[in-house]
Design a protein around this ligand. Structure first.
Ligand SMILES: [Mg+2]
Length: 365
């Protein structure tokens, strides 16, 4: 199965409600789609969201990295030389993890199709379905309570609440949500680097004393501040999950060696795809650090690849793959079935993606 062409396109999918975090506010998913064509007729699908504020990768950067570096490296190669392909993909350009992730998943898709096996089975095959949380954006307390109750009505039992802009208001927001939702609802929070280490300890322990009963906090401090993260992890009663601090497998290993976080969030766009994500999962298995699988604002092709990883590995115990359910439509054919919180992996060979609805993709060539 030889790679003959790398085709790029753009999709635009509206969100149900604007997505607001401490770092940004957006109203639609605008992603780059990758199709890798082969001489057998098999096509592998990949996707990358431009998340400049997190990964540094803009739409233009993703397109440029794939066109000018990655495509030239992989065209003409055989999918069966998979390890060589993965090493070449990772070595052909520095950083650019979103572009690499999109191509990486398209290649896994093809490799699975070549051997007629679903990718989650190829990587371990621990389970067939997973349960995701849903994100509640930062707004006024009344609006956040409304969004939380709406999520409960839709069947979600785990809420991920965005905080971090105004520490005092955050406590009021979370108290309002905790008071309104059923007692057994799991609430996790994501500060998206919003606090200093000392602020984080003060705020988190204050939240715990107020009985907010938080499962964990995501990335309380700046991404580069591993010592600050460790400071919070050692002093906060709320467990700490490293997100923006962990891009590469090397980052994950350093965080684990330092004991700088209780949990690690794997995202394909940060680490460059499934090949590197598996290394993070393996390190986590060795250190006994449970992982969450997360996504950016992504449509179903790339989130579907994350579903395969989550279903492959026992060490991934938490799931934050709400990208597709935050969208108001789904132009992607095939792949995992997203039924609100319940996600069931596809048993088709590869990643199970069948294509994009006609008219919903704008090809770039
Ligand atoms: Mg996060």
């Amino acid at each position: 199965m030889k790679i003959t062409e790398v085709r790029l396109g753009l999709i635009s999918v509206p969100l149900r409600v604007p997505f607001k975090t401490a770092l940004r506010s957006v109203s639609s998913v605008e992603d780059v789609i990758v199709e890798i064509h082969t001489d057998t007729g098999a096509v592998g699908y990949g996707e990358a969201p431009p998340t400049g504020v997190i990964t540094g990768d803009t739409t233009g950067a993703i397109i440029g990295a794939i066109r000018d570096h990655i495509a030239k490296t992989i065209i003409g190669r055989d999918v069966d030389d998979f390890e060589d392909l993965m090493i070449a993909l990772n070595a052909c350009i520095q950083k650019n993890t979103s572009a690499k992730a999109a191509v990486d998943m398209a290649l896994w898709d093809l490799y699975g199709q070549l051997y007629k096996i679903p990718v989650y089975k190829l990587m371990g095959g621990a389970k067939k379905s997973i349960v995701t949380d849903i994100t509640i954006s930062v707004n006024d307390p009344e609006e956040m309570v409304r969004d939380a109750l709406n999520a409960i009505d839709r069947g979600y039992d785990c809420l991920k609440v965005k905080v971090g802009k105004e520490p005092e208001k955050d406590i009021a927001r979370l108290s309002a949500i905790r008071g309104a939702v059923p007692k057994e609802t799991c609430i996790r929070i994501d500060a998206n680097q919003g606090w200093t280490p000392k602020e984080a300890v003060r705020i988190l322990n204050g939240m715990q004393e107020k009985g907010l009963d938080l499962e964990f906090v995501e990335q309380p401090v700046k991404a580069h501040d591993f010592e600050g993260l460790k400071y919070v992890t050692e002093r906060s009663y709320v467990p700490v999950l490293a997100d923006e601090s962990v891009f590469s497998p090397q980052d994950a290993l350093t965080i684990m060696q330092m004991g700088a976080a209780d949990l690690v969030n794997i995202k394909l766009m940060k680490c460059g795809g499934l090949y590197n994500a598996l290394k993070i999962a393996s390190a986590a298995e060795v250190y006994g650090v449970e992982c969450m699988i997360g996504c950016m604002l992504e449509a179903k092709i790339s989130v579907n690849a994350a579903v395969h990883l989550a279903c492959a590995k026992q060490i991934i115990t938490r799931v934050d793959l709400d990208g597709p359910v935050l969208c108001s439509e789904d132009p992607i054919l095939g792949g995992a079935v997203f039924n609100e919180k319940d996600i069931t992996v596809s048993n088709e060979p590869g990643l199970g993606i069948k294509g994009i609805e006609p008219g919903k993709i704008k090809y770039l060539d």
